[in-house]
Design a protein around this ligand. Structure first.
Ligand code: HSE
Length: 305
């Protein structure tokens, strides 16, 4: 076997209060990938579809960096082409960089019969994220590799668990962030009261998943004192829109990953109405791309046969 075709999904990281430790996989959108091994020692990245000026040089591309990390750790020399059929908007906090890095590592693990465990796959793939946000955060790659809701239990060493999710309807306003990353502006100095609330909400998120209580899940994911204040501040329509979505029946709303996309969760019959609100409220934002109706999914990256 010298080639593999894969699909890797969008993921929404942080899921409210879980900065860098929570993420969940979405049924759509996704990107497609083909890895083809060859007899050279050259690693080449080809990007087509909605290419969006995504860099194809190995050190600037999340998949490229992840492949280099894998080959360094395992002492591998192998020529290959990594083709990315880009369908998802990038730079919007939808985990598309993590989807590429995860597809690369998942696919090479199979093609080269490396038999790496999930924690090691996550640990290698996360190094790809340095190309996008400058930091090897593991949340998006874990959700892309495993599907469902993921909790990073430990960073040193990486230890990740997947919790099966009920299929929850999600509405996403896809909004491109105006700068490459806002991570540098985020502070953990939030004070005791907010810290207590943050910890309580994180616990509540996990409890809600175990009890399959979508309303509790929604309430818990609507609060974040770490990333939301920074990322919400650069979306002029955010606070008003969040309020309107919650008043109209969304169970929860927050910013997806690094932003500036906004997501809400709801009952299926509310999706159209909430999508209309997002469309109307964000249509004059020059970084707004489109509204997507999707669902949480227990499926991560998979091989297309
Ligand atoms: N946890 C990361 C962040 C996710 O908030 O920067 C980026 O998609």
């Amino acid at each position: 076997m010298n080639f593999i075709k894969l699909k890797s999904p969008a993921t929404t990281a942080n899921v409210g209060p879980g900065y860098d430790i929570f993420a969940m996989s979405l049924g759509e959108p996704y990107d497609e990938f083909i890895i083809t091994l060859n007899n050279t020692d050259v690693i080449k990245i080809d990007i087509y579809g909605e290419t969006q000026n995504i860099p194809a040089s190995l050190n600037d591309n999340t998949a490229g960096l992840a492949i280099l990390e894998l080959f360094k750790r395992k002492n591998i020399t192998q020529g290959l082409t990594f083709e990315i059929n880009k369908k998802m908007p990038s730079g919007c906090g939808l985990g598309t960089t993590g989807a590429s890095a995860s597809a690369a590592i998942f696919g090479l693990n199979k093609l080269l019969n490396l038999n790496l465990g999930l924690n090691e796959l996550v640990d290698i793939a996360r190094y790809g994220e340095i190309a996008s946000g400058g930091s090897p955060h593991a949340d998006n790659v874990a959700a892309a590799l495993m599907g469902g809701f993921v909790l990073i239990k430990n960073y040193h060493p990486i230890d990740v668990i997947k919790l099966e999710m009920p299929e929850i309807p999600v509405v996403l306003a896809v909004i491109r962030k105006s700068q490459r990353t806002t991570r540098g502006f985020i502070t953990y100095e939030i004070g005791q009261e907010k810290l207590k609330e943050q910890m309580a909400r994180c616990s509540s998120v996990i409890h809600a998943i175990h009890t399959r209580d979508i309303k509790e899940f929604g309430r818990a994911i609507s609060v974040d004192h770490i990333a939301e204040p920074v990322r919400g501040a650069v979306i002029p329509e955010y606070i008003e829109t969040k309020l309107k979505l919650l008043q109209t029946g969304a169970y929860g709303c927050n910013i997806s990953g690094g932003g500036s996309s906004v997501f809400c969760i709801c009952e299926a019959e509310k999706q159209d109405e909430l999508a209309d609100i997002m469309q109307k409220n964000f249509k004059n934002n020059s970084n707004f791309i489109r509204v997507i109706k999707t669902k949480t999914s227990n499926k991560g990256v998979f091989e297309v046969i």
